[in-house]
Design a protein around this ligand. Structure first.
Ligand code: NAG
Ligand code: NAG
Ligand code: NAG
Length: 280
C-alpha cells in the first residue's frame, strides 16, 4: 500500500534530451530592422486535459522551464525537455519543446522561451497539459506526449497585412515559386559549422526582385523534422492557406512544425545566416 506522502516524492526528471545542438555564427547587430519579439498567437490544447495545482506534473513542468532558463547563454535553437512523473499507475510524460528563429539564438532565444513558457503557464493556458504559443522569435509547446518528428497539421494560423497585392505587381505563382525555392535551400543547406550534426538547417531567408519591387521571404521548419518532412510541411501549408494570403502584400503562416513569411519590406537582416540575394 502506498501512502500519499511516499508517492509525492517520486518525481523523476529525465535529463534533457538535446536533439539538435547548434552553435551559430556571431550575429551582427540588426537593430535597424524591426526585431521586436511580439506575441503572435496561442492555443490551449484542451483535449490533453488538465493537471492539478501543486501536482508532480506541475513541478516537472516548472523544473523543465527552469532548466532552460538556467543556461541563458545556450545557443540551441531547438530543444525538447522531457520529464516523467512516476506518480500514479501510468507514468505521465511532461514535454516542452521550443524552436527559436534561427537568427535569434543564444540569450535572445533563452529569454524568448522563458517569456513564452511563463505566459502559457500563468496566463494563457493555466493548468493545461497541452498548449502552444508563438512569438515573433520562438514557439513553445507543452505536451503530455512526445511530438518530435511528426508534422502537426492541426495547430496553425495565417496572419496577413491589410493591404492587397495585385497580381500585376507580383504574380501569385511567382510568390509560391519564391517560397518553394527558399524551401529547397532550407532542406539542402548543411552547415559544417554546426558540429556533429549532419542535417539540413531547415531554414532560409532571402530576397528577389520582381519588376519594381523586392520580395523578402523566410521559411523555417522545426529542427525535429527531416528534410523531407520539412518540404511536406511547407508545401501543405502553402496550399492550405492559399485563400488567406493569395491577395495580400505580406503573409505569415505559422504552425507547430513549420512556418513561412514574405513581405515587401526587409524583416530579416541580409547579413543574417543563410540569407540569399537571388539574381533575377
Ligand atoms: C517595420 O514594420 C512596419 C509594419 O509593422 C513596416 O511598415 C516597416 O516598413 C518595417 N520597417 C522595417 C525597417 O522593416
Ligand atoms: C482587397 O481585395 C479584396 C478582394 O480580393 C476586397 O474584398 C478588399 O476590400 C480589398 N481590401 C483592400 C484594403 O483594398
Ligand atoms: C526558382 O528556382 C528556379 C530554378 O532554379 C528558377 O528557374 C526560378 O526562376 C526561381 N523562381 C523564383 C520566383 O525565385
Amino acid at each position: 500500500m502506498h501512502s500519499s506522502s511516499s508517492v509525492s516524492k517520486r518525481l523523476i526528471l529525465v535529463p534533457i534530451l538535446v536533439v539538435v545542438a547548434t552553435q551559430l555564427l556571431f550575429l551582427r547587430s540588426v537593430s535597424s530592422l524591426n526585431l521586436t519579439n511580439a506575441y503572435l498567437q496561442h492555443k490551449c490544447l484542451v483535449n490533453q486535459g488538465k493537471y492539478k495545482p501543486g501536482s508532480d506534473y506541475e513541478k516537472a513542468l516548472i523544473d523543465i522551464i527552469q532548466g532552460f532558463s538556467d543556461k541563458p547563454k545556450d545557443s540551441y535553437g531547438f530543444r525538447t525537455g522531457f520529464g516523467v512523473t512516476a506518480y500514479g499507475k501510468e507514468p505521465d510524460i511532461v514535454a516542452i519543446t521550443f524552436q527559436c528563429r534561427i537568427d535569434s539564438r543564444g540569450p535572445k532565444c533563452a529569454s524568448c522561451i522563458v517569456t513564452a513558457s511563463s505566459e502559457l503557464l500563468r496566463k494563457k493556458c493555466p493548468k493545461d497539459k497541452g498548449a502552444l504559443i508563438w512569438y515573433d522569435q520562438c514557439l513553445v509547446e507543452f505536451s503530455s506526449f512526445d511530438t518530435t518528428g511528426q508534422i502537426n497539421y492541426d495547430d496553425n494560423f495565417c496572419l496577413t497585412s491589410a493591404k492587397n497585392l495585385s497580381n500585376d505587381v507580383i504574380n501569385f505563382f511567382d510568390r509560391v515559386a519564391f517560397l518553394s525555392n527558399l524551401t529547397k535551400l532550407a532542406v539542402t543547406k548543411i552547415d559544417k559549422k554546426i558540429e556533429g550534426v549532419k542535417k539540413p538547417v531547415l531554414y532560409s531567408a532571402g530576397e528577389r526582385r520582381f519588376g519594381r519591387n523586392n520580395l523578402y521571404g523566410m521559411v523555417q521548419c522545426s529542427a525535429d523534422l527531416s528534410g523531407r518532412g520539412c518540404e511536406e510541411c511547407i508545401s501543405y501549408y502553402l496550399t492550405h492557406f492559399q485563400e488567406c494570403w493569395k491577395p495580400k502584400q505580406g503573409v505569415r503562416v505559422l504552425s507547430r512544425s513549420c512556418s513561412y513569411r514574405y513581405e515587401l519590406y526587409p524583416f530579416i537582416s541580409a547579413k543574417s545566416p543563410y540569407y540569399t540575394k537571388f539574381l533575377k
